[in-house]
Design a protein around this ligand. Structure first.
Ligand code: ASP
Length: 235
């Protein structure tokens, strides 16, 4: 039986409707199997760890990334795959950061979330969660099919560091503009095997960030004054 670690960081997916009042309350992911009974049908052992205080992803910072990376690293040998539940607003930033922090992964780390809370009737959260788990434990004769950090959302699997959120209204919220999808999900899951990343060295974790690094977007008409002001802004 394969095993999976589900890491809950916060975001819309983790909410459900309080049956009497209809107000949204945090979903108890520790009782995941009770609340998402479909998961019992997986031939897979699922453990859940959660941030002590789940966050709205607009509050994410470097310490949260280090925490996620630690949760994966400490448990790396014990699980076949990892699913990270995360708010959609900064999911692409976090997936990108984690992809550079965890070098030469040989197991899948799949970020997902949802546009509607998992406790809402029309939620996209259940499908996103269930398919992410399926992808995170999928293997063939060569081992895990996916061996990198990805975002799964609304039928598509994308490379984490190539993805951005482009839509706040549709279920189809993410795209990977300059790189093809790594899997398309319909009745079957079709993996884009030619594009899947493979490790080329030992698994390494990099936890240090240099917060002095930023980027200046070039645009037609940019002036020297603009660039100088950007670089020399007094703190
Ligand atoms: N504000 C939420 C977050 O990013 C939105 C979401 O989860 O979709 O945490």
């Amino acid at each position: 039986m394969s095993s999976l670690l589900l890491i809950y960081t916060g975001g819309t997916i983790g909410m459900m409707e309080e049956p009497t009042t209809g107000s949204l309350i945090p979903f108890d992911f520790k009782q995941l199997q009770d609340n998402v009974p479909e998961l019992k049908r997986f031939n897979c052992h699922i453990d859940v760890v959660s941030f002590d205080e789940p966050i709205d992803s607009s509050d994410v910072n470097l310490m949260h990334w280090q925490k996620i990376a630690d949760m994966i690293t400490v448990n790396y040998d014990h699980y076949d795959g990892f699913v990270v539940l995360h708010g959609t607003d900064t999911m692409a930033y976090s997936a990108s950061a984690i992809s550079f922090m965890l070098e030469n992964l040989s197991k899948p780390v799949i970020f997902t979330g949802s546009q509607l809370p998992i406790g809402k009737l029309r939620t996209d959260g259940k499908e996103n969660l269930i398919t992410s788990i399926e992808i995170a434990v999928a293997s063939d004769d060569n081992g895990p099919i996916v061996q990198e950090v990805c975002i799964y959302f609304e039928s598509q699997l994308f490379r984490g560091n190539r993805t951005h959120k482009y839509n706040t209204e549709n279920f189809d919220a993410f795209e990977s503009a300059n790189f093809p999808a790594l899997a398309e999900v319909g009745i079957h899951i079709f993996y884009n095997h030619d594009q899947l990343l493979r490790p080329n060295g030992p698994f390494t974790i990099r936890k240090n960030f240099d917060t002095n690094v930023t980027y200046l977007k070039m645009f037609p008409g940019i002036t020297l004054q603009w660039s100088m002001a950007f670089c020399r802004y007094p703190v």
